[in-house]
Design a protein around this ligand. Structure first.
Ligand code: C2E
Ligand code: CA
Ligand code: CA
Length: 640
């Protein structure tokens, strides 16, 4: 007080503008009530005060009575509130306040973002409960979670399907918190909401993409395995619940893809997916595993015929040709079937067995089906082992070429050899080509094997020709399988080998089966003429067993027909002699050589000589021999 005596009362106020205002009002009215103003403390800091001032007469003198109370705290919290209000107004989240003290928890405030999000104006909804946002969609589980949280006066976080004023739905991610009064009673709820429809859509698309095949939109392997797993679980809990899995593979899809292109191939897959769906009930799952492989889960079957009938139905449906870009495409499918057993605990096991059955179905020919049995599994395992071993066979140099002499029946002398591959398996011993060539074909390993055989046998021929020179040099016959024959760069490779070994191309004979040639007559005609240009000889192997139409034979540049050994065998029984005679006559008329293979007995030899057959091959002369033994044979120069 001592410090203040003598000072200007109005100096106490911080701002000159306040001072001017106060002075003006005082002179006008003589008093001033609850004027809120900033004052300066003695240390210079500012405080808010509520001031009431009055002019009066004190001791006969004009005086000013000032009464203050400090309101700094209230002022600050008011400022904070204003700030928050602004924040709420400006928030891009929808914000809604409800009055928890009222029976139906009515809305007392919504911010502009809420109005924008829902399409409702604040005025239309204040006083109502929020439930109108769900429209008739009141059975959502998350709604129950929200209701019980509100009932328990707790915080909660849910995603709800909401509807805008115009009826369009959106996904509302809602965060609701109670507001407590100082006594701990809930007075309000604050809801903060975000429209997450876009995010939700993207999530759904991601989930869909992860579980579906992009081309056909069918479920993919992941989803299929998941469903298969569910089926396994169900049948483990309830053994009467049985299911079947179908594994379907198109028979000639690669041909379509290669000849008509990937775009048509893709279109065909889509069309097939659609057609397959029409063969199935909605509860059955159909998936595309990749490529031309489809899998089907037939859940809950009574008996096995329930599944085999579906397989037949599918094959029937696929028989109707597909019309794509104006061309008709015929396809068939092979189907392997596995039925649920108590042994299955993992979906991979079912898939594996259906796959083994599929393999069997393919073995039986096109458009076949097969049901899995345990024997198939063992076969499949053995086959897989063989395949694995075969992959290593080439690099480990386990392959051998054996040579079987081809004899001139008129001269009785060896004129050449047929190269026949063998596999010297480290555990299983010498394996015949019948056991591994089909696997090599299927896996594509035949390409490497075939190249190696060609290289090896031509080198051998070169050596023998030098060792045993003759006016008519020795020939070498090398087998080409269908797969090798459809290699576009075959002619190039043959040319390389010829160049490397330096043998006369006319001494090399390539043996192709009838089906190999007829398989794809456009490209095979081309390939044959390429080979012909190299001047190598071409021979039809196993002649008489295929489907070649004799009338078309002359269209191909063939030098030799090799009569299949089945005819030679039955000739001795008095059968097929006419057939052999016809082939020999035909060949002579077309200017081709004839080789009879599988000559095992003297009577066969005699008969073939009588029929005018020029060349022969068979156990009677020699079995296929390793290089050393074949060389010894040449050395001894036998006659028959
Ligand atoms: P193929 O081309 O018809 O070969 C003749 C087969 O008949 C050979 O069987 C040979 O050992 C056998 N054989 C020869 N003379 C007689 C006989 O008097 N009686 C009987 N019962 N059989 C005789 P192999 O060596 O087991 O070859 C089987 C098939 O494997 C061949 O049939 C050929 O299709 C294929 N093959 C062999 N080597 C190769 C090869 O290097 N490449 C390709 N792509 N296939 C090959
Ligand atoms: Ca042959
Ligand atoms: Ca043959």
């Amino acid at each position: 007080a001592a410090e203040l005596v003598g000072r200007q009362a109005l100096d106490f106020y911080a701002n000159p503008s306040d001072r001017a205002q106060l002075l003006e009002q005082l002179t006008q009215n003589g008093f001033l009530q609850n004027y809120e103003v900033q004052a300066k403390k003695v240390d210079g800091s500012l405080v808010w005060v509520s001031a009431s001032l009055r002019l009066l007469v004190f001791d006969g003198e004009a005086a000013l009575l000032s009464v203050f109370s400090e309101i700094t705290e209230r002022k600050q919290s008011e400022a904070r509130l204003r700030l928050m209000e602004r924040a709420i107004e400006a928030s891009s989240n929808g914000i809604v306040l409800t009055d928890a003290s009222q029976p139906d928890n009515p809305i007392i405030y919504v911010n502009p973002a809420f109005e924008a999000m829902t399409g409702y104006a604040a005025a239309e909804i204040v006083g109502h409960n929020c439930r109108f946002l769900q429209g008739a969609d009141r059975a959502q589980t998350n709604l129950q979670i929200l209701r019980s949280a509100v009932r328990a006066r707790k915080e909660c976080h849910v995603t709800l399907r909401n509807y805008r004023k115009d009826g369009t739905p959106f996904w509302n991610e809602l965060h609701v918190s109670p507001v407590f009064d100082p006594n701990g009673r809930v007075t309000h709820f604050v809801g903060i909401q975000t429209d997450i429809s876009d995010r939700k859509l993207m999530e759904d698309q991601l989930v869909h993409a992860a579980l579906h095949d992009a081309l056909t939109q069918l479920p993919n392997r992941v989803l299929f395995m998941n469903r298969l797993n569910q089926a396994i679980n169900r049948s483990q809990h309830d053994p009467t619940h049985r299911f079947a899995m179908l594994f379907l593979d198109l028979d000639r899809f690669k041909v379509v893809n290669d000849s008509l292109g990937h775009i048509v191939g893709d279109q065909l897959l889509v069309a097939i997916a659609q057609r397959l769906q029409t063969c199935l009930r909605p509860e059955n799952i159909i998936a595309r595993l990749g490529g031309d492989e489809f899998t089907i889960l037939i859940d809950s079957i009574q008996q096995e015929s329930d599944a085999t009938r579906v397989a037949e139905h599918i094959q029937q449906a696929l028989r109707v040709p597909f019309n794509l870009n104006g061309s008709e495409i015929f396809t068939t499918a092979s189907i392997g079937i596995a039925f649920s057993t108590p042994d299955y605990t993992r979906p991979e096991q079912v898939l594996r067995d259906a796959d083994a059955a599929l393999y069997q179905a393919k073995e039986r020919g096109r458009a076949c089906q097969a049901v899995f049995d345990s024997q198939m599994y063992e076969q499949a395992v053995a086959l897989l082992q063989l395949e694995t071993d075969l992959r290593r066979a080439i690099e480990r140099q386990e392959l051998r070429v054996f040579y079987q002499p081809i004899v001139s029946l008129t001269a009785g002398k060896v004129v050449g050899f047929e190269a026949l591959v063998r596999w010297q398996h480290p555990q299983r011993g010498l394996i015949s080509p019948d056991q591994f060539i089909p696997v090599a074909e299927e896996t594509g390993l035949i390409i490497d094997i075939g190249r190696w055989v060609l290289q090896e046998s031509c080198q051998q021929l070169c050596q023998w020709q030098r060792q045993f020179p003759s006016d008519s040099p020795l020939t070498m016959s090398v087998n080409l399988s269908v797969k090798q024959f459809s290699q576009p760069d075959l002619a190039k490779y043959v040319a390389q080998v010829l160049q490397k070994t330096g043998i006369d191309p006319a001494c090399l004979k390539l043996e192709i089966t009838e089906s190999g040639i007829m398989h794809n007559d456009q490209s095979s005609a081309e390939l044959l003429s390429h080979l012909q240009q190299l001047q190598v000889q071409l021979c039809i192997d196993d002649f008489g067993t295929g489907y070649s139409s004799l009338s078309r034979l002359h269209q191909f540049p063939i030098n030799t027909l090799k009569i299949d050994r089945a005819f030679i065998r039955s000739m001795t029984l008095g059968e097929d002699t006419e057939m052999v005679k016809t082939i020999i006559t035909l060949a002579q008329n077309l200017g081709m050589d004839v080789v009879a293979e599988g000559i095992e007995s003297l009577p066969q030899l005699v008969q073939l000589r009588q029929l005018g057959c020029e060349f022969g091959q068979g156990y009677l002369f020699a079995k296929p021999l390793n290089a050393q033994a074949a060389e010894a044979l040449l050395e001894s120069d036998p006659s028959w």
